[in-house]
Design a protein around this ligand. Structure first.
Ligand SMILES: C[S@@+](CC[C@H](N)C(=O)[O-])C[C@H]1O[C@@H](n2cnc3c(N)ncnc32)[C@H](O)[C@@H]1O
Length: 492
């Protein structure tokens, strides 16, 4: 997946100035809209780069009412592949190489003086201060890219506007630092994109915005995922937009490591980002950027092994998570702690993926319990409205709403009270409540203007269907009660 707005000139604001920025305010769930200059050259709505520093703020008062829309003019979903990697441990997704290749071809076509090329070249590169730990990654990507482009001489390289290996390392560094994972509306990663304007947004482990792809384009032939930046809470005019770069249920040291290795975070700034006091543990699950770095090798602890095997051998991965989760839980880890939360989420997705069709009562209930554990863990570490919370709640609501193949009949009220998930109408009611909460969260995380994204819309439909079902049930009970002869008081 690759996307580049044809022009990404995020201008220092000479015409509007800070005064107008200060009027811009965003509510949670707002979509920050960027209109492509090529599509609408006179567009008054743009993200503005502060002239004094490289940060992003809203441009002018119209931004209050108009969302910014990121369309990926060249976007196309690619399946994640790792074929380009020389070893499984360094299994880079081949879409990273393809994305880089497309970047180079567009650069070649448009020429070095085009706005487009200049925008790419303006993205931050860490070539001059590369961490030794990332040499291997850069070297691998450089080789893969050169192979992919079929370049075999310096002359051929110069056709892309590159005069030396240094330029190649620069573009690779820019790509690693500035690329975004493209996800489905349910947040499954499907590719890589580059958007220089969105790449200007700095990192925080407590972000005020997220980058998501809530829906695809209206054009049936392309059906491109549309990149959008969504405000997770009210954002003031002088506040910087901040997204999270790290996909973490990771503890602080691992997050710092990841930010240092992939984004070259220096300590002073990084420690600012990572030690801010907060009411919630600093865990950022929706990583938009950690596209390439996660391919690095890990020592295979059982939890890492379970994660690594999820695609290769899901049965073993499922067995590992089934065994590990109770051990970690009984050792006192809370549902939100590392690595329990990550394992629970993995376990949940493996159970859902392997649900038989039609599901059995047991398989359905195992999936419900796992999803409930994930949701509990997530809700204690992520703020209301985070897309990951919304998606997990939606999954839970949908599972609860599935018809029970063979409902378990509790033998007494005490057993019924303890039974989770409950059965019958109580379960339907829980499904409805869960879906209603999911919808509220999705409206924030995927934007109210998007109706909560594709998942938000699906959830809305499920809510309507469930309300009908519950209505019928209530009606049925009422009829039964009305048809039942009341006890006639004995005549005295
Ligand atoms: C995608 S770019 C963000 C825009 C970048 N600041 C620029 O000027 O082009 C990512 C780079 O910005 C820097 N950066 C972003 N957020 C940061 C933070 N919270 N702490 C330290 N450096 C940060 C890092 O150097 C990182 O590699």
């Amino acid at each position: 997946m690759y996307s580049l707005p044809p022009t990404i000139d995020v201008r220092a604001s000479t015409d509007t100035g800070r005064g107008l920025w200060s009027r811009a305010r965003y509510k949670a769930g707002d979509v920050l809209r960027v209109l492509l200059e090529l599509l609408w050259p006179s567009s008054p709505w743009r993200l503005k780069r502060c002239p004094a520093c490289r940060v992003v703020r809203y441009c002018n008062s119209q931004c209050q009412n108009k969302d910014w829309l990121f369309t990926n003019a060249n976007a196309r979903p690619f399946k994640t592949g790792r074929k380009a990697a020389p070893s499984p441990d360094l299994g880079l997704p081949s879409d990273a190489v393809r994305c880089l290749g497309r970047l180079m071809w567009i650069r070649q076509k448009k020429g070095p003086d085009s706005t487009w090329t200049k925008a790419i070249d303006a993205m931050q590169s860490h070539r001059a201060s590369l961490q030794s730990s990332s040499y291997e990654l850069h070297t691998h990507l450089s080789h893969a890219l050169v192979r992919y482009l079929g370049v075999s001489s310096p002359e051929q390289l110069s056709e892309f506007g590159f005069n030396s290996a240094r330029d190649v390392v620069d573009i690779i560094s820019r790509f690693i630092t500035n690329s975004f994972a493209v996800t489905t509306p349910t947040l499954a990663p499907i590719g890589v994109s580059v958007s220089p304007v969105v790449a200007l947004i700095n990192h925080s482990c407590e972000p005020n915005a997220v980058v998501v792809f809530p829906r695809t384009s209206e054009t049936p032939s392309t059906k491109e995922p549309l990149m959008q930046v969504i405000a997770l809470r009210h954002i003031g005019a002088d506040e910087q937009l901040l997204t999270s770069y790290v996909d973490t249920t990771l503890p602080k040291d691992l997050r710092q490591k990841s930010l240092k290795e992939t984004y070259n975070f220096g300590l002073p700034f990084a420690s600012y980002a990572l030690t801010l006091q907060s009411s919630i543990p600093r865990i950022c699950l929706l990583s938009q950027k950690r596209v390439v770095g996660h391919a690095r090798s890990h020592k295979k602890k059982p939890s890492d092994k379970a994660t690594a095997l999820q695609f290769k051998d899901s049965a073993i991965s499922k067995r590992l998570t089934t065994n590990l989760i109770p051990i970690l839980t009984s050792s006192g880890l809370t549902p939100s702690s590392h690595p329990l939360l990550a394992l629970t989420r993995l376990h949940q997705s493996l159970l859902i993926d392997s649900l038989p069709s039609p599901p059995t009562q047991n398989s359905l209930e195992d999936a419900i319990r796992a999803t409930t554990r994930s949701s509990t863990g997530l809700s204690s570490v992520l703020h209301h409205g985070h897309p990951v919370r919304g998606i997990t709640l939606a999954e839970l609501g949908k599972l609860l709403a599935v018809d029970e193949p063979s409902p378990h009949q509790p033998s007494n009220p005490a057993e019924a009270a303890l039974m989770y998930p409950p059965s019958g109408p109580k379960r339907l009611k829980l499904a409805l409540d869960t879906l209603l909460s999911a919808r509220n969260e999705l409206l924030v995380g995927f934007g109210t203007k998007n109706d909560g994204g594709q998942v938000g819309k699906d959830v809305r439909e499920s809510i309507v269907a469930l309300e009908k079902e519950l209505g019928v049930w209530k009606h049925g009970v009422k009829n039964v009660l009305e048809d039942t002869p009341r006890d006639v008081p004995p005549k005295s």
